[in-house]
Design a protein around this ligand. Structure first.
Ligand SMILES: [Cu+2]
Length: 339
């Protein structure tokens, strides 16, 4: 058989096989992607690219120890400086590419802006800020199983220490002082991000479950290592229009205290500088909307938003508690025409 007829047979077999393949689990519907706050939730078809931009905002205010709220004067009874609130803004750029139907590669770069307000025992108020790139992440998403309704893939991520762990700003105590742990932009270490994602869908409903871990591989240049993290998301979505779906999600997070300590930080000064007051656990309830352009020139374009608040949080405090968080994003999937 010539090359040409071999090729014709392969094309014929693939074409006949295609309808059953296409009837399987599909990302080609608004809830074919998880709520926008979930990362690495879907895989792509071979040759497909996706670019995305997310904006995330998290507001933290007031201190908590365990599940009890503390007043600022409670904190100031034990520390000369108390954090009052913190805003985290993050611009997350990401690109996905699928070399095969089983494997999708994903790269993510966050750009972070943090600001924290404080009060001192003397009654003064001051704000510290840090801005810059966070840790660059590369993740391989490997589909191990899918059928008409279900899909399962592994998440194998690596986080690189591109975010600064030497952010400084002026405080009443010193000019250009080293900022405490939560004001740093990265972990300072290479981290492994293992996980698994299960997805299911019926005509109008879909759901998913994704546990993810963060394991730090070493001690960073400032003599500490951030604690491990365990994140778990469980969500359901209802597609009420061809191009629009609504979602509800529970996200549980557990994060541990630091190992080691930055010698430039004094844990007796402010609770954010104490490596043993960093751990905690939280359960967030989030609501979202996913929209996707079903056809025409902008097919492949998606817009989504998700927001929510903790329904439970217990912190090794005093530590600032989370009030609410919002994520909005744009995603665009495309493939280059093959020749
Ligand atoms: Cu994608």
């Amino acid at each position: 058989m010539s090359h040409r007829s071999t090729l014709a047979v392969i094309v014929l077999v693939l074409t006949l096989g295609l309808p059953s393949w296409c009837a399987g689990y599909t990302t080609d519907r608004p809830d074919g992607h998880a709520p926008i706050g979930v990362m690495g939730d879907h895989v792509h078809h071979a040759g497909e690219w996706m670019l995305s931009y997310r904006f995330m905002f998290m507001r933290m205010a007031d201190n908590r120890d365990g599940t009890d709220r503390l007043s600022t004067s409670d904190v100031l009874a034990d520390f000369p400086v108390a954090p009052i609130n913190m805003n985290m803004e993050m611009h997350m750029l990401s690109a996905m590419y699928a070399p095969t139907d089983r494997l999708t590669l994903m790269a993510m770069l966050p750009v972070i802006h943090l600001s924290m307000d404080h009060r001192t025992r003397m009654g003064a108020k001051f704000t510290t800020r840090s801005t810059g790139p966070g840790d660059f992440r590369l993740t391989g998403l490997y589909r191990i199983w899918s059928d008409e309704i279900h899909s399962l893939h592994l998440n194998a991520g690596l986080s690189m220490p591109t975010g600064s762990v030497n952010e400084r700003d002026d405080t009443p105590a010193a000019d250009d002082a080293k900022l405490p742990y939560p004001m740093q932009l990265g972990s300072g270490t290479w981290d492994l991000l293992p996980g698994v994602t299960y997805l299911g869908q019926l005509d109008r409903y879909s759901w998913g479950f994704q546990p993810l871990g963060t394991l730090r591989l070493a001690t960073n240049s400032e003599d500490y290592r951030l604690g491990r993290r365990i994140d778990m998301s469980l969500w359901g979505a209802y597609r009420f229009l061809d191009w629009l779906s609504a979602s509800i999600r529970l996200n549980s997070q557990i994060w541990f205290n630091l190992h080691g300590k930055d010698p430039e930080l004094n844990p007796a000064m402010v609770p954010t500088a104490d490596p043993d007051r960093r751990g905690g656990r939280r359960l967030d309830l989030l609501f979202g909307l996913n929209g996707s352009v079903p056809s025409g020139m902008f097919k492949g374009l998606r817009i989504a938003v998700e927001g929510g608040l903790p329904v439970y949080q217990s912190l090794d405090g005093p530590q600032l508690e989370t009030d609410y968080l919002v994520t909005a994003g744009l995603q665009y999937a495309f493939s280059f025409p093959s020749d």
